[in-house]
Design a protein around this ligand. Sequence first.
Ligand code: ZN
Ligand code: ZN
Length: 412
Amino acid sequence: MQNPVDPVKLDRLAEVAVRTGLNLQPGQDLILTAPVTALPLVRKIVEHAYKAGAGLVTPILSDDQMTLARYQHGHDAGFDRAAGWLFDGMAQAYDQGAARLAVAGGDPMLLSSQDPDKVARANKAMAVAYTPARERITRFATNWTIVAYPDPAWAKLVSPDLPEDAAVHRLAEAIFAASRVSDDNAVESWNAHNTELGRRSAWLDGQDFAALHFTGPGTDLTVGLAEGHKWLGGATRSQNGIVCNPNIPSEEVFTTPHKFRVNGTVSATKPLSHQGTLIQDIAVTFKDGVITQAQARTGEAVLRKVLDTDEGARRLGEVALVPHASPISQSGLLFYNTLFDENAASHIALGQCYATCFQGGETMDSAEVARRGGNDSAIHIDWMIGSNQIDVDGITQDGTRIPVMRKGAWAS
Ligand code: ZN
Ligand code: ZN
């Protein structure tokens, strides 16, 4: 195999990231983060950004080997530190109008054999230091997006039985298909896809369902929706007025559940990859919004630790609908990466809700979000509950049932 990553499709992915993902404006600066293994994509993105009229592009690269060096040789006290100055600077750049692009990649299992205490401390220090930057991203202060690059460590995890080049090729083609850049009208097909996701969201908003009812093997779950919830999916208008696509790929329409109105049982339809642990066959029971029973065939201890993070970790912050016919689902791969796996099936997320998933949410304070049923937590973990065996009904405010999905496909 000459080049396991098709250079034409890679160039299209870079163009879609800049034009559709970011919708980068002439004169706008760009902050770009990526693993060093993604350099071929990063260079193409920088090229397309300047072609689109970027002011200044600032790339910030990370490296798995250097991260491991910290765990192997770093002084213990250093694990409570993070580069706060860097994230303060990012927040300042967003306030001055810079856009944000993250390239996902790297080895999802990188830290799986490191001291869990050090990993947890480093993650916490990072989460705290990152707050000013994350807060601007989650409220869409600026236009931003995430795309993925098939680096070898990730590819070998997805396809352990293949030689490295073949594994990279397989993951690359799956990323290209999921990102809708396999053929030469990528920007147009994104426009059509955004129109479709917008139409679905508008229909769901028009129904203003009180709840969704999921049924299937091992699942009989009623998810009450927050008061004044709003469905989002695909293109999003950020507060600077620029319409961006924050995730490439993106197949979901999603909204905020009511944190006290979730009841019944639900079984995961795909394994959940969480910080180096594979949690398989999750089954939980909800009572008045809170998980009262939880089990998993593997990784149950990690699942329990997650649920004990804080009060909101046992409640839902997101419910999302994804048809089983989505290109990611059709690939049949487990990506060990939320950007892909959450777009393969309908899902729910434990933890923090999105304030943007409320009518008027842009200006809503956290007390109002909570009053309408929005959940609050330090975690947000998506796990998959959809398949071609799941039906979803919408329950209207007067109790009427309306088919939303049948056997994993949109009912209308
Ligand atoms: Zn989601
Ligand atoms: Zn989510």
